[in-house]
Design a binder for this molecule. Sequence first.
Ligand code: FAD
Ligand code: SF4
Length: 329
Amino acid sequence: MRPFAYTRAADPGQAVSLVGGDPRAAFLAGGTTQLDLMKDGVLGPERLVDITRLPLGGIVHDDAAVRVGALTTMAELAADPVVRDRLPFVRQALLLGASVQLRGMATVGGNLLQRTRCRYFRDPGVAACNKRAPGSGCAAVPGVQRMHAVLGTSDHCIALHASDLAVPLTALDAVVHTRHADGTRSIPLTRFYLPPGDSPHVENVLRHGELITAVEIPLPAWGTRSRYLKVRDRASYEFALVSAGVALVVEDGVVRTARVALGGVGTVPWRARGAEEALRGARADAASFRRAAEAALAGARPLPGTAFKIELARRTLVRTLESVAEESS
Ligand code: FAD
Ligand code: SF4
């Protein structure tokens, strides 16, 4: 690992000015992404600004939303009683991610900003990676693509966004609260991530040195049932091949409201609005669920190594919808 300076920030304002004022500085939260990538020689910041002692933890509830401090760990959020009762698919996404040890260390802010698992991005011995070295090409397009995206891709990058948590949060229209040098802002998660286009190294709308302070998760209507289903190569400690996060209100066999997002298929956590439209007002039955699954994958652009994901994602979504509908009946 390259040597770097280490500073522990005394307050959020100092953290923002230390990182914002130095293009070679980065925030350090749980370190489970940041330090891995530094040890592998993928990232080489000259200064790490430790934010773990800042007062950005804790979970606050009201009737409308759960406000989660950015430094809340994945384990703490999964253990929250309101999350357990009102947001079961958020809890499932958290508990199906990483490992017990990692969930005790990894923060919610860091989870949303984790980097892709593309093996070429993570191997500095591979020259062609537009995300790591802009303009260098993409080794994945002619390479091994099993863990890559089919939605939101470009000719310049097909890397997945790997967060499980971001999938239900995207379905719920969560909002990211930040602090930057000139003030604060609130960014809907559906507009937070940027598809690769011709600049895959720009992954989200944050400015350099902008600190996530909290994430606000709106509570769905009473009577909503939800589920997160993750399909992967191993039963634990593995990223998703595909996943689906679904929240439905079903009354008298009819879908009244639908929120649907997919993981493991998109360059960003994928809100499946076409599926939601197909479901709203439809009978909660196999035919409607299949139509919704077709709509969800309508824009997919497969490569030979990712083509299997399209039918796998459709079936995963159908199975998730079926299980939520069964619970509602
Ligand atoms: P850090 O590593 O400290 O930071 C990550 C990035 O976010 C850095 O760029 C850092 O500068 C930035 N950052 C952190 N906090 C803030 C903030 N408040 N404001 C602005 N920038 C910030 N995730 C899943 O979803 N599902 C999985 O199955 C899964 N499996 C994993 C398996 C392994 C072996 C590992 C190592 C990780 C896995 N992860 C998985 C990813 C894990 O969830 C993330 O590494 C973790 O959530 C990152 O949080 P952190 O606090 O450690 O962030
Ligand atoms: Fe790099 Fe993206 Fe290509 Fe992976 S898919 S090698 S991250 S440009």
